[in-house]
Design a protein around this ligand. Sequence first.
Ligand code: ZN
Length: 474
Amino acid sequence: MLRKTLPACLFLLSVALHGQSTPREKLAREIFRELIEINTTDSAGNNTTAAKAMAKRFLEAGFPEADVRVLAPEGRPAKGNLVVRLRGRAGSTLRPILLLAHLDVVEARREDWTTNPFEFVEKDGYFYGRGTVDMKDYDAVMVTTLLQFKKEGYVPNRDLILAMTSDEEGGPANGVDWLLKNHRELLDAAFVLNGDSGGVTTDKGKAIEIGVAAAEKLYADFQFTVTNPGGHSSRPSPDNAIYHLADALGRLERAPFPFELNPVTRAYFESVEAHETAQNAADIRGILRNPPDAEAVRRLTADTRFNSLTHTTCVATRLNAGHANNALPQTAQAVVNCRILPGHSPEEVRRELVKRVADPRVAVRYLVSATQQAVETAPDKPGLPPSAPTPEVLKPLRSVADTIWPGAGIVINMQTGASDSKYTLAAGMPSFGVGEIAVERNDDRSHGRDERVRVNSFYEAVNFFDRYVRTLTR
Ligand SMILES: [Zn+2]
């Protein structure tokens, strides 16, 4: 009986709470719907259409034209980006805050989905559609926040810039990269709040963890090549290109990059220690010691999740060799994908790879990601050394989050994938992922089929972000 009535009660309660949504929530839902129904995939979509739809809303709300810019790279009319500025208090000496959001979404095929991915569907307490988690939810949240500020006449203590961009998910025209190279002055800020990372994790609906992303690993591909005159396979020579390459990859696997902590991963381990098993907790205390306890490092980093947080990792992902079954290979080639700890440059890693391979016959080249061209040397800029979020960023987040997700701990983390923060970090702007939206532990469907977000989670995010930015800029 109880089991039957409890969900019904919860349902009625949520209807009571959300049946009459506030004007802010209504507006957010309408923007969310509009964005989901504009296809912004690289293949068939158009980012500019979405950028212009949002620009229209800002202009109608009374933002001056000069502060609402839709900008696309030359020759790429579908790759438009929107940059909006809400003016802060006159005479303020504080540098702006940049709110970062990408408008593009990952491909989605109708036949793979239960619903049409480009139709905004509300069903069983969820919003369905491509981008409901990554990241049209936060696009809508950020647009709503600025529109609402304008409507209420709220003037922040500094300018707020919102950049809504293209090709975060791939494609030839990454908007953040392009804007920073071509319109740096429009984006220049003291720090960046990125809605694409961070996030609240729930366990059976209860918030347990509030993630704040504060650093990113750098992505780099390297190409290993061995060439050889080849010859008839009936006369093998010890100088076989495939053997050289295989040995090189074996040596690479046996020589991992060194263990390393930075202020962000230190903060991460400190914040998760209490939730780990007794052994893990003891090992975490061991690795946080100075110098770190070697046994603890060995045990803890046997777990790939901890290993990738504490090491630059390089792994062979592709292999290609030979041209005929009866011929000695003239070329053997592999792609090695590295995720580099912040503070190190791709070129530094390339030189390390050369050392580990220890075979002059193996050429180690850098693969330029946009063109997949192999070049002799890699970029030598290590990017901004990671810094944990300042109290200025964290304190208001804590206090607002407490009112929405009470009892959930804040976990500072480093992204081991990569978001657009990699560009703003490289441009010298501290960047924090604060896309706080509650997603159930095993129900993250970003990039997947039937992507969805809980209706309540969406409205929580709308209210969280509004209050957070207000507190930050009071
Ligand atoms: Zn994303």
